[in-house]
Design a binder for this molecule. Structure first.
Ligand code: ZN
Length: 242
């Protein structure tokens, strides 16, 4: 089966549409959470994910909008974006967010927003941070989001680790890998220095993961964010990619 793996859309409709166009006809979309928060189109993004019948988990921003987690540790602009998002969202779309699980298991992978140890909050950005998740991973692959940076961390059968940034167009052959944690990057708010929307394709038959980056109309999103009164830092980060 061919999966389109996306994460951290953050209410960025232009980026999501550009990714879906570039993705082409995949058989299933896997969405790793944070559909909302930061950007100007939360309802539209939720409706697309629901209509596409994506396999989807909840992220910390989705849960913050639902009032299910304490967001006092969020930066000020993140908190303001959550409050603005809640004021905009239709009840049926909040109900969809409420229905999302914290983990998805399918084929040879698990999907989660943060980590398997702490699904909503823990970042995996280094080998050290990956160890607790590898320790409880009972599938070959774990797709994660949350850090907004594309990467792969591998663990071999001897227990040695290897970490790599994933670049546009890069392919990873999973067939000889013992276990791997893969981050597809962020659709709607990249933070790896590349402002293009990021996603990956996973062919579970050929066992190939391929990272892709795609340009989208950043200025249109920024204009909508200005009109909505969202913070200038959140607007600026779309141009710089972090
Ligand atoms: Zn996020």
């Amino acid at each position: 089966m061919i999966y389109g793996v996306i994460s951290d859309i953050h209410s960025n409709l232009e980026a999501l549409n550009a990714v879906l166009l570039q993705m082409g006809s995949v058989e299933r979309i896997l969405c790793l959470g944070d559909i909302v928060g930061y950007g100007p189109n939360p309802n539209e993004c939720v409706e697309i994910i629901r209509d596409k019948k994506a396999l989807c988990v909840a992220g910390n921003h989705d849960k913050a909008v639902l009032g299910e987690i304490d967001m006092s540790h969020f930066p000020q602009d993140g908190q303001e974006a959550v409050i603005w998002t809640l004021s905009e969202m239709k009840k049926k779309n909040l109900d969809f967010l409420k229905s999302l699980p914290l983990e998805i298991r399918q084929d040879d992978f698990i999907g989660v927003h943060g980590s398997l140890k702490n699904q909503l909050h823990e970042y995996i950005t280094s080998v050290r941070e990956s160890v607790p998740t590898f320790d409880i991973m009972d599938k070959t692959l774990c797709f994660v989001g949350h850090s907004h940076r594309p990467f792969i961390i591998q663990k071999d059968i001897k227990g040695d680790y290897d970490a790599d940034v994933l670049k546009d167009g890069q392919e990873v052959d999973i067939s000889n890998i013992y276990k791997a944690i893969i981050n597809s990057g962020s659709v709607g708010q990249p933070r790896d220095g590349d402002p293009r929307a990021s996603f990956c394709l996973y062919d579970s038959g050929k066992r190939i993961v391929k990272i892709k980056k795609v340009d989208y109309d950043i200025v249109s999103v920024q204009d909508k964010m200005k009109k909505a009164g969202l913070s200038s830092d959140l607007i600026e980060i779309l141009s710089t990619g972090g």
